[in-house]
Design a protein around this ligand. Structure first.
Ligand SMILES: Cc1cc2nc3c(=O)[nH]c(=O)nc-3n(C[C@H](O)[C@H](O)[C@H](O)COP(=O)(O)OP(=O)(O)OC[C@H]3O[C@@H](n4cnc5c(N)ncnc54)[C@H](O)[C@@H]3O)c2cc1C
Length: 319
């Protein structure tokens, strides 16, 4: 239910209307019948019709409810664009109306250069009073949207934001200490969470680990170190895996193993899929319960959001 409700909400940004669902259902059933060939039967047709009808109903309800709360998309003007080196741009936008989100969530973004290609980017800060948002975007080789945002976007250009998504947020009802692990531009939501933790005034002891292959790639470390000088409860450590430097050496999951145990912490993991998966395994082995391991979905959020916790639960059961 939750998954389909979110899917319906997310489809508003594509311009999906309730009237479209029956036509899509008819096409889906025709395609299934065509490709199933002789295996297609009236019973199968009835089951698929019921299943699609239920999904469409829940999606439409999700979209209707969301329409009462806010717009389908937020046009936003780029007001600041600065290159931070290594193909990363820091991009600040001002939405035409306030954009609701929680620290740690991500926004879907559509650019004028690649219409209909929506990608996800995480604001690197807790919500601001002036409603502006700053994203850290890394240009992926051959990437359509990221290269446009990093290399073509200019101050004054307009982009569109879809609704904020993601469960990697702070639970205000607990004061458990925090473990945050970030690789690459995965630091953005971690920065937002730390900022939110600072605002809450709860002084939850927070360990942040930032990883990269080389010291040169340790993006955003200075900002986090400055924050740690202001807050006694915040400790920031950086590690590199492919270079000898004074300090921590190795990949983040290995480093976590050396610094644990973390079973009393709430863990937030953000970065490349491999890093997040391995770090989650280390934490599970140290007795952290799956419900306390938070991370973004890896690829298509709407499709993965409901599935990943179960993946980790299966791993936890196997230990
Ligand atoms: C929840 C979530 C939050 C995200 N937050 C951020 C963020 O804050 N900052 C940020 O820069 N990116 C972030 N991303 C990644 C971003 O959404 C895009 O996937 C990325 O910018 C590539 O989009 P593209 O259109 O340029 O590449 P595409 O045209 O979609 O892909 C081009 C090629 O690049 C490969 N590719 C796609 N993504 C990556 C990647 N991340 N690394 C290496 N190769 C890749 C594809 O497999 C393909 O071969 C996030 C992704 C998710 C799911």
């Amino acid at each position: 239910m939750r998954f389909c409700t979110r899917l319906g909400r997310d489809h508003r940004k594509f311009g999906a209307l309730n009237d479209h669902y029956p036509a899509v259902g008819a096409c889906l059933l025709d395609s299934l019948a065509r490709f199933a060939g002789p295996a297609w039967s009236p019973e199968l047709a009835a089951v698929w019709t019921r299943a699609y009808g239920l999904v469409a109903q829940v999606m439409a309800q999700g979209a209707d409810h969301d329409a009462l709360l806010g717009p389908a998309v937020w046009p936003a003007e780029i007001i600041h664009h600065v290159h931070r080196g290594r193909g990363i741009a820091e991009i600040t936008v001002r939405p035409q109306s306030p954009y609701p989100y929680l620290a740690g969530q991500y926004a879907s973004v559509e650019t004028p250069w690649e219409p209909k290609a929506w990608r996800y980017y995480s604001p690197s800060h807790a919500p601001r009073a002036d409603s502006t948002l700053t994203f850290h975007v890394r240009a992926v080789t051959g990437g359509r949207v990221s290269t446009a945002l990093v290399h073509h976007a200019r101050v004054g250009d307009m982009i569109r934001l879809g609704p904020a998504q993601g469960d990697m947020t702070l639970d205000p009802t607990t004061d458990r200490n925090l473990l945050c692990v970030a690789g690459g531009t995965g630091l953005a939501p971690i920065q937002a969470l730390v900022e939110q933790a600072a605002r809450s005034g709860m002084e939850r002891f927070t360990d942040v680990f930032i990883g990269a292959r080389t010291a040169d790639e340790l993006y955003g470390l200075d900002d986090m170190l400055r924050l740690s000088q202001r807050h006694h409860w915040l400790s920031v450590r950086a590690a590199v895996s492919h270079e000898r430097i004074p300090g921590l050496e190795g990949n983040l999951p290995e480093i976590l193993r050396d610094f644990g145990p973390w079973y009393r912490h709430e863990a937030f993991l953000s970065g490349p899929v491999e890093m997040v998966t391995q770090a989650a395994s280390v934490l599970l082995r140290q007795g952290v319960t799956p419900s306390r391991i938070h991370h973004d979905p890896f690829d298509v959020p709407a499709l993965e959001a409901a599935l990943l916790p179960r993946r980790f639960e299966a791993e936890a059961r196997a230990l």
